[in-house]
Design a protein around this ligand. Structure first.
Ligand SMILES: [Zn+2]
Ligand SMILES: [Zn+2]
Length: 329
């Protein structure tokens, strides 16, 4: 572990289940804020995402003068461009691993510490999406990068270590975990039925439909692992977020905003995560955005069996969601 702590991180395959972990000892030292209810007690002047603290982080891109949105290097990355890229090697046939090559960037969504992402205007959200696409273009062009993941952690239970609104961008050297599984299932279904699974869902999941706004629809997936889990899907076959038209970008962020606000109306202010699943170089893939409210924590069944217990049926959530959305409009 000493070498690992010096060199960065390692992606390891678990010989028990063929699942993967990132072993990243350095991340243990990152800052930890208290729950979101304590935001007002924090000394904002110490927040590394403030304009006044620009010198504390490494700037990669900024938008506006003074900046309104800024992209920086993640100070506590899971993956690093300084780690050499290598092939998986398996010592003993058991210990299969590669160095944690890749990139972690942080997009600071706003210069204002107390802004809430869901309160951003649609125009501001479109600008945010444009910055994400700019960074993805840069990262997908780098050597050995297979997949660029965008995700947001909000609130203590969502794993956020800072309250200042921000989004994470992570460039992976291999396709593993959920992305690998989703990609394989899309290809299998395409081969068997000649149909794109995600295009079938608008009709197939009509009973669990949340939003339908022209170019996008959102559903509570049948097999949702998390209570009030949802997924936003373009109606057109689009693999990569950079290929969305301007109208599609507007409909995507508008669906995202509707879901975040409606979830708060339903469950009160809560921690959440969302992630964008997309693949620039795989035309079979159908991009989508998944939202996971963190209404409860994980326990023995989830960790022991990797089976999630969801206490709100997705169809029940969808019905409550539609009723609440209707009142909001
Ligand atoms: Zn701040
Ligand atoms: Zn499709």
């Amino acid at each position: 572990m000493e070498d690992l702590a010096l060199s960065g991180s390692e992606i390891r395959k678990d010989y028990r289940t063929d699942s993967y972990s990132i072993i990243a000892p350095k991340r243990g030292s990152r800052p930890k804020e208290l729950g979101e209810e304590d935001i007002n007690k924090l000394d904002i002047s110490k927040c590394p995402f403030e304009r006044s603290n620009d010198s504390l982080t490494k700037e990669l891109a900024k938008y506006g003068e003074p900046w309104e949105i800024k992209v920086i290097e993640n100070v506590f990355p899971e993956l690093s461009g300084n780690t050499p890229f290598g092939e998986f090697s398996a010592a003993n046939g058991l210990f299969s691993s590669i160095g944690g090559y890749g990139y972690n960037e942080v997009l600071i969504d706003s210069q204002n510490h107390l802004d809430l992402f869901e309160d951003f205007s649609i125009d501001k959200l479109i600008e945010w999406l444009g910055v994400l696409i700019d960074r993805e273009e840069v990262l997908y062009d780098r050597k050995y990068i297979k997949y660029v993941q965008v995700f947001k952690n909000y609130g203590g239970l969502g794993g956020a270590s800072l309250a200042h609104p921000h989004t994470q961008i992570m460039a992976w050297p291999i396709l593993i975990g959920t992305m690998d599984a989703e990609s394989k299932i899309i290809k299998k279904r395409l081969k068997e039925t000649t149909k794109c699974l995600y295009e079938e869902l608008r009709d197939a999941e009509a009973g669990r439909l949340l939003v339908d706004n022209g170019n996008f629809f959102a559903i509570a997936p049948f097999g949702s692992r998390i209570s009030a889990e949802s997924m936003i899907i373009p109606k057109r076959h689009v693999s990569y977020i950079g290929d969305l038209s301007n109208d599609e970008k507007r409909d995507l962020v508008s669906a995202l905003k509707s879901i975040l606000i409606t979830n708060i109306k339903l469950y009160g202010k809560h921690a959440y995560n969302f992630t964008i699943h997309e693949l620039k170089d795989d035309p079979d893939f159908h991009m989508h955005l998944e939202i996971y409210p963190r209404l409860s924590t994980f326990a023995g069944i989830e960790l022991g069996e990797n089976v999630f217990v969801n206490t709100i049926a997705p169809e029940e959530y969808a019905e409550m969601f539609r009723n609440t959305l209707a009142v909001t409009k």
